[in-house]
Design a protein around this ligand. Structure first.
Ligand SMILES: O=C(CO)[C@@H](O)[C@H](O)[C@H](O)[C@H](O)COP(=O)(O)O
Length: 210
C-alpha cells in the first residue's frame, strides 16, 4: 500500500494546475449554450405536441447509454414526478432503468436489443420515444428507433453533431453542435429542462398558490 505523502499545499498546487482545463471546459459549454437558442423552436413544438399526446392518453419512453441513460432517467423523473410546479404525474419510462429486463434481454438476445425489445413491449401508436445519443451511432439506440417506427411510435432524437444515423432515422432531431461528448450531454440536459418548461406551459401548469 502506498501512502499519499502530499501536503495540503501540494494538493492546492495540483488544483491550480487544472484551473485552465476547467476554465476551458466551461468556456466550451458557454460557447455551445450561446448557440442553443437555435433549438428553441423545435423543443417548444415538442412540448406542445407532448401535451396534446398526453391528453390523448399517450406514454413517453426514453433511452440512451452511459451519460445519456442518466439524461433519459432525468427526463422521465421530471415527468412522473414534477418539474417546477405541482401537476399530475405523467406516464414516462426510462428503458435503461429496469435492470432485470435489461440484463435478460442483453444476455438472451444481445446488447443491441436491450431497448428495441422494450419499445416493442410497451410502445403503442401515438407514444413518443426520446432517444439520446451523443454520437448518434449507438446500435441499441438506433435499433430502438427502428422498433419504435414499427410500433407507430414517434421518435425524437437528441444527438451530437449531425449528420448521424439516429438523427436521420428519427422523426425529428436536435443535433447539438458541440466539440465533446461531455458538452453535448450538458446541452442535452438543458434541453430536457427546456422541454419540461414547454410541456408545463402547454398543459397550463401554474405555480400553486400557498
Ligand atoms: O458519459 C459519458 C461520457 O461523458 C459516457 O458514459 C458515454 O455516455 C458513453 O461512452 C456512451 O456509451 C456513449 O454513447 P452515445 O452517447 O454515443 O450513444
Amino acid at each position: 500500500m502506498s501512502l499519499d505523502t502530499r501536503t495540503p499545499f501540494d494538493v492546492e498546487v495540483d488544483a491550480a494546475g487544472s484551473v485552465g482545463l476547467v476554465a476551458e471546459h466551461l468556456a466550451a459549454l458557454a460557447e455551445a449554450a450561446s448557440r442553443a437558442g437555435a433549438y428553441a423552436a423545435t423543443v417548444a413544438r415538442w412540448g406542445a405536441e407532448l401535451a396534446r399526446r398526453y391528453e390523448d392518453g399517450a406514454h413517453l419512453m426514453a433511452c440512451g447509454n452511459g451519460g445519456s441513460a442518466a439524461e433519459a432517467q432525468h427526463l422521465t423523473g421530471e415527468l412522473v414526478g414534477r418539474f417546477r410546479h405541482d401537476r399530475r404525474p405523467l406516464p414516462a419510462v426510462a428503458l435503461c432503468a429496469d435492470s432485470a429486463a435489461h440484463t435478460a434481454i442483453a444476455n438472451d438476445y444481445g446488447f443491441e436489443e436491450v431497448y428495441a425489445r422494450q419499445v416493442t413491449a410497451w410502445g403503442r401508436s401515438g407514444d413518443v420515444l426520446v432517444a439520446f445519443s451523443t454520437s448518434g451511432t449507438s446500435p441499441n439506440v438506433v435499433a430502438a428507433a427502428k422498433a419504435a417506427h414499427e410500433a407507430g411510435v414517434t421518435v425524437w432524437a437528441l444527438t451530437g453533431p449531425g449528420p448521424n444515423p439516429l438523427a436521420s432515422l428519427a422523426d425529428e432531431a436536435v443535433a447539438v453542435e458541440a466539440p465533446t461528448t461531455a458538452t453535448v450531454q450538458e446541452i442535452h440536459l438543458s434541453l430536457v429542462h427546456a422541454l419540461c418548461v414547454a410541456l408545463d406551459h402547454a398543459l397550463g401548469v401554474q405555480p400553486s398558490v400557498a
